[in-house]
Design a protein around this ligand. Structure first.
Ligand SMILES: Cc1cc2nc3c(=O)[nH]c(=O)nc-3n(C[C@H](O)[C@H](O)[C@H](O)COP(=O)(O)OP(=O)(O)OC[C@H]3O[C@@H](n4cnc5c(N)ncnc54)[C@H](O)[C@@H]3O)c2cc1C
Ligand code: SF4
Length: 472
């Protein structure tokens, strides 16, 4: 333990956000970093608990050795701390920016947990700046070739692991840039795309090939010794109301993809919110990303509809530490909307009843309705609660219902009732030389879970290949 009394002496200090009205002028990174002195105080807060819940199943899915690298960082042994982090964390520059930090909520300091995410980001960025991160080229190569389909976090983590084990890895993606939702989904202000590109360049230097603009087909099973499908959970949930095909109605990921393309090319988005009344259906993280993006594009107003009631401010008795706290969270986009509009954009227990259109089938307004939970748990519309909201751009961020039918058909696979490819034994093995990982395997989740799942699948594939003849 770095400093026995650190948690008593120093308050938790997070990397600050840039001021709302300033950061809304661009798509640059939301957070600013802090100097080494601040990091030392923050790591001094780690108590090196006998049972470190932060790295247990309640905390980090990668089981990062958090107390160990916090202690090394506190002692100024930055390089050793980084090496300890890299033992379990493949891409801390991603998780250090977008992870909801499950570890911090499982910390024994409870709501005042150690700033592990900021500490991890400091370590990797320091390592990159000081040239400690170099391409790790495997000393020996096997004769085995693995195709990883999908270059999201699960595919990248698996490719990294398998390449280090000596296999020849090709990552195949139908998109024009690698990264999956890290590239086209999570907005640039949360995860700058230059950070994703930097990691891809490093992986290429380590010997991994990327084949883009290419859809995967069953021919891969002939050409490679193993195939890993990491195609995500990309089927969006729709609203099931008439006129969803109207002009100005889009799914969140399509809208966010167009926004990122525009940022990368320095042009105006094909689906820009500029001058429009925007309504986002879905009060979650994806919806929040739409709010932040619409504000940056200069929307006239933005409203977010959430079906569920407002969450409590504090944990309830049924949701004790170290569980993830199901409490009200106000994310960057919602803070920005409040700063601009003088009100939180969220309207709770409300959904879309009808979409109104003009003679050219373009959306003009929405009829909303309030919902009330019945004794059987179902949400029912409240009679007479309808309201009209002006709307020229409706963004549907209502979640995802599983992997895409086309990919399943290509590989003669069928998903379970929740749209996942989850073998009954919980493994990643779909039969023969075919495997799966990430959101496609376990359903829409988080970057850190996709990374952990990609690494777990890679270990299974390695075992499968080792059992074959002619490995070396
Ligand atoms: C808008 C948004 C914001 C998010 N923000 C966060 C966040 O801040 N923090 C967090 O932890 N999580 C976040 N998530 C969740 C997180 O991004 C996902 O859980 C994670 O990306 C899943 O990784 P994956 O590798 O399984 O799949 P994906 O990232 O979905 O990647 C799948 C890849 O497969 C490719 N593909 C699909 N089918 C084929 C095919 N047939 N042939 C070739 N390629 C194919 C796709 O082009 C894509 O590149 C967010 C999700 C969304 C939608
Ligand atoms: S990856 Fe996420 S949960 Fe794991 S240590 Fe980093 S911030 Fe915590």
């Amino acid at each position: 333990m770095g400093k026995a009394t650190g948690f008593l002496e120093y308050a938790r200090v997070e990397n600050p956000y840039r001021e709302e009205l300033v950061r809304l002028r661009d798509f640059e990174e939301l957070h600013t970093s802090q100097p080494a002195e601040v990091r030392q105080c923050q790591t001094a807060r780690c108590m090196d608990c006998g049972v470190p819940f932060c790295q247990s199943d309640f905390g980090c899915p990668l089981h990062n050795l958090i107390p160990e690298w916090n202690d090394l960082l506190y002692r100024g042994q930055e390089r050793e701390a980084l090496n300890r982090l890299l033992m379990t964390a493949p891409f801390p520059e991603f998780t250090g920016r977008v992870c909801p930090a499950l570890c911090e909520k499982a910390c024994n300091l409870a709501d005042d947990g150690v700033t592990n995410r900021d500490n991890e980001l400091y370590l990797i960025e320091t390592g990159l700046e000081k040239g400690w991160i170099r391409p790790r080229i495997p000393l020996a190569r096997t004769r085995k070739r693995v195709a990883v389909v999908g270059s999201g976090p699960s595919g990248l983590a698996a490719a990294d692991w398998l390449n280090q084990a000596g296999h020849a890895v090709t990552v195949i993606d139908r998109a024009d840039r690698p990264g999956g939702l890290l590239m086209y989904g999570i907005p640039n202000m949360k995860l700058p795309k230059a950070i994703v590109d930097r990691r891809i360049r490093l992986m290429e230097a380590e010997g991994i090939s990327f084949l883009l603009n290419t859809s995967a087909g069953p021919d891969l099973l002939e050409a490679y010794d193993a195939v890993l499908l990491c195609c995500g959970s990309r089927r969006p949930r729709s609203l099931n109301v008439p006129h969803q095909d109207a002009g100005g109605v889009h799914f969140a990921v399509d809208y966010l993809t167009a926004a990122t393309r525009a940022v990368l090319s320095g042009s105006v988005s094909a689906l820009s919110a500029h001058g429009k009344h925007v309504v986002v259906v879905g009060g979650g993280d994806t919806g929040n990303d739409c709010v932040g993006t619409a504000l940056r594009q200069g929307c006239r107003s933005v409203t977010q509809l959430e079906m569920m009631p407002k969450a409590p401010d504090r944990r309830t008795a049924g949701n004790p530490w170290p569980e993830w706290p199901r409490v009200l969270r106000t994310d960057y986009g919602q803070l920005e909307a409040s700063a601009v509009q003088g009100r939180d954009p969220r309207i709770y227990e409300t959904t879309v009843q009808t979409i109104q259109t003009d003679s050219q089938n373009r959306i003009t307004a929405l009829q909303t309705v309030r919902l009330q939970r019945q004794t059987d748990g179902k949400l029912q519309p409240v009679q007479g609660s309808g309201q009209t909201l002006p709307c020229d751009l409706l963004l549907i961020a209502a979640g995802f219902i599983g992997c895409e039918a086309e990919t399943l058909e290509h590989f003669s696979l069928s998903a379970d009732s929740r749209g996942r490819l989850l073998p009954p034994d919980g493994s990643h093995h779909l039969g023969d030389s075919l495997f799966t990982a990430g959101d496609m395997h376990s359903g829409q989740s988080l970057v850190v879970r996709a990374l952990a799942d990609g690494r777990a699948a890679a270990r299974e594939i390695h075992g499968f290949l080792k059992a074959e003849k002619n490995v070396f």
